[in-house]
Design a protein around this ligand. Structure first.
Ligand code: PLP
Length: 730
């Protein structure tokens, strides 16, 4: 018997498949699998906060015995299990069909964060969800990926807002035993422990695993007894403000992660670095070759040809910079192991325009990789400008940084009710629409959906969102005697019939969450219109060390308090995956107004777009590629000298007053705003196929993964190596 069932002996063997599914996040993007848990006990499901492992552990045996007697449940169970097994053993998929010779050559994907599902708090924001969606999509497409990341044990950083609007952070430890992760074991069932080579002082790492469909995600954890206390804390939390701790984290991720893949016998052929944090991974790959006798230059040539680096932000604070002395402290033995002296290695992290600044992880990642890309067309331009100096004497348009625009995982972010509706009208002529959802032609059928049906579904989701918010606040009011102001600020007075604009993301300064509050009198008129009211829902966390972000949050929160807005500005605490789902399904408009050109892509607007929620956004990130005048609104495309707050906020007010409000409250038939629904349809048609993770991952696969793997295979042929077995590890 597999060890993992030992903890679930209260579940009859006939239902052990539930345990298998609980440990594979595949369930989270398959509503029929989610139903298996929900149907066991709806309340327990909610109380577990949608963590099936916790729920299965805690439910009494009687619940499962009752399920055994329920023929309907068993029938549903058998269908889901059959699908699950088919997925697990799948030897088909888009990648295999198109690149049958390459499907056995794994690609190692490294990221410091993964946003996958609520029960795994290994993310801070957009970068994490991008990585999570990438991995899910690789599973759907049959791409042979192996992912590496961190097990952050202090993962939940809950946001609590004080009455005066200041953000406090409450750490909730992840209970490893109740999370859907399992320990990676040696053959004798002892936990695997890896030593990070040549790094002083020594760091040991243990490893957990979560299955994401067919893709294994390995999670590094330094919290083991053999380590010193300070080492144990390396993997406690994501993105600390402590530079040295951060360097240690990046050593663990890059070097430890690469060692881990070796220890598991995973013979990957290419590496994909999601942002600069894991950039020591290719260095470790080089060191291994140097150890085999290859010289540094030849080794780095081989590694570079098979390394892909995706940069994700033009914001300076997003690029780690480590003082050289700090590098020395950890790497002094490593320099020798590479056959380099100190200067040669540190030079790889110079920024040519500021070589004394320190070791720049992005510059390093670019030098270590053969393929580099930004994450939208606009960001490609910005990144070429930012990093032009790495290539001397080269024209800016020749700088070899390309772009692949981000996408979001449609099955994760499309609401099941919306999916059901779409299926009713697309299904008959395109039974496999979900499978081919990056084909724009099939989305033309969206026009077949009767306006009233689309509107009704949307309205239902909006009511669901607002009910959820109000119910939460009601409970706080009842059980915690919450301050009435806090109850109002949290959304107790929200009204489903009012035009609802959503803004939810991290409260980084450049995102300008407070832009709409630039002219309070004007905003009051918009919000408090007796016949055409507008309400705003805000959510998001500021980084724990970002006082400026916290001040912006406080400002927004205080407006949510203010009687002058009549409860029509709400701030929802503790933004995370779950609240994000409610919001991108249920608001009427998704708003985004970062300071251009600092938004590399943005993905939350895509998630909203899948659900027919038009985007009201400044022309930055992905929006210039998507906006067509019929699927939302745009402003701020031009360059502005100096402070652009006034101009941008004026544009925003003007659009809301003259375009959004009139369209939403336009003459309607039986309460259905037909012109609005037309825009909703246009929005789904233009966003779903092009801004899905499917389109994105196919681009990575065809433009980067496949050529890389092909060159590896060709070289192996030249060397007389003919067979390679795909090994995903345990
Ligand atoms: C998608 C998502 C983000 C990304 O937001 P953007 O500002 O659009 O990049 C952040 N947080 C959560 C929880 C998300 O789901």
């Amino acid at each position: 018997m597999d060890l993992k069932y030992h903890r679930f002996l209260h579940i009859p063997e006939r239902l052990w498949g539930l345990v298998d599914i609980a440990y594979n996040l595949w369930w989270s993007w398959h509503p029929e699998a989610k139903m298996l848990f929900k149907q066991l006990n709806r309340q327990a499901w909610d109380e577990s906060i949608h963590n099936p492992v916790k729920m299965l552990r805690e439910l009494p045996a009687e619940t499962f015995d009752a399920a055994l007697r329920n023929a309907k449940y068993l029938h549903h169970y058998d269908i889901v299990m059959a699908r699950f097994k088919r997925m697990k053993s799948s030897r088909i998929g888009w990648f295999r069909e198109h690149y049958p010779k390459l499907a056995n050559y794994p690609i190692a994907y490294f990221s410091a964060e993964y946003g996958l599902q609520h029960s795994l708090p290994f993310y801070a924001g957009g970068l994490g969800f991008l990585a999570g969606d990438h991995v899910k999509e690789c599973s759907d497409l049959g791409i042979p990926l192996v992912a590496v990341g961190f097990m952050y044990s202090d993962g939940y950083l809950h946001q609590h807002i004080r009455p005066e609007g200041w953000q406090d952070n409450i750490v909730e430890k992840l209970e490893r035993d109740l999370a859907p992760i399992s320990r990676v074991l040696n053959q004798d069932n002892s936990p695997i422990i890896i030593k990070i080579p040549f790094i002083d002082p020594t760091i040991y790492v243990t490893v957990w695993k979560v299955d994401v469909g067919t893709i294994p995600l390995y999670l590094l954890d330094t919290d083991i007894e053999i380590n010193d206390q300070s080492v144990r804390e390396i993997s406690s939390r994501l993105y600390t403000g402590d530079k040295e701790l951060r360097l240690r984290q990046e050593i663990v991720l890059g070097i430890g992660g690469t060692q881990l893949l070796n220890a598991l016998g995973i013979k990957y052929s290419a590496m994909h670095l999601n942002e600069g944090h894991p950039a020591f991974a290719p260095l470790e790959r080089i060191r291994e070759r140097v150890e085999e006798g290859v010289n540094f230059n030849d080794a780095s040539e081989i590694v570079r040809k098979t390394t892909i680096f995706t940069t994700h932000t033009p914001v300076p604070a997003g690029h780690d910079l480590f003082p050289f002395e700090m590098m020395d402290k950890y790497f002094h033995n490593y320099y020798n192991a590479l056959g380099l002296d100190r200067g040669n290695l540190l030079q790889l992290g110079f920024h040519p325009l500021d070589p004394d600044a320190g070791f720049n992880m992005t510059a390093f990642a670019i030098r270590m990789s053969g393929y580099h890309n930004g994450v939208s067309k606009r960001h490609g331009e910005v990144a070429r400008e930012m990093w032009q100096s790495l290539w001397h004497d080269i024209d800016i348009d020749k700088v070899p940084i390309d772009y692949i625009t981000n996408g979001a995982h449609l099955p994760t972010w499309l609401n099941p009710k919306m999916e059901y509706l779409i299926n009713t009208y697309l299904g008959p002529s395109c039974p496999h629409w979900m499978w081919e959802h990056d084909d724009p032609a099939l989305w033309e059928l969206i026009d077949e959906i009767p306006d009233e049906d689309l509107w009704r579904t949307h309205y239902l989701l909006k009511v669901k969102l607002i009910n959820r918010i109000r119910e939460h606040k009601r409970r706080k009011w009842m059980t915690d005697y919450a301050d009435p102001m806090n109850v109002v600020a949290g959304g107790a007075l929200l009204d489903p019939s009012a035009l609802t604009i959503g803004f939810a993301r991290r409260f980084s300064t450049y995102k300008r969450a407070d832009l709409i509050f630039t002219d309070i009198e004007r905003l009051k008129k918009i919000i408090n219109n007796r016949w055409r009211p507008v309400q705003f829902i805000f959510a998001g966390k500021a980084h724990p060390n970002d006082d400026e972000g916290k001040r912006i949050l406080q400002k927004v929160y205080n407006y949510a308090h203010a009687p002058e807005f009549g409860g029509r500005v709400a701030f929802i605490e503790d933004y995370g995956e779950q609240i994000a789902q409610y919001l991108v399904h249920g608001v009427d408009v998704w708003m985004n107004n970062p300071l251009p050109p600092l938004e590399a892509s943005g993905t939350s607007g895509m998630k909203a777009g899948f659900n027919g929620i038009p985007h009201l956004s400044i022309l930055d990130g992905w929006w210039p590629e998507a906006f067509n005048n019929r699927n939302g609104w745009a402003f701020g495309g031009e360059e502005v000298e100096g402070d652009r707050t006034i101009q941008d906020s004026n544009d925003l007010y003007e659009i809301i007053e003259n375009k959004v409000v009139p369209l939403y409250y336009s003459s309607s038939r039986e309460g259905i705003p037909l012109k609005w629904v037309k825009m909703m349809k246009e929005c789904i048609k233009t966003v779903a196929p092009f801004f899905s993770a499917r389109r994105m991952v196919k681009e990575y696969a065809t433009r980067y993964y496949a050529p890389t793997l092909e060159s590896v295979i060709n070289e192996m042929k030249e060397d007389g190596v003919t067979t390679e077995v795909c090994n995903y590890g345990p």
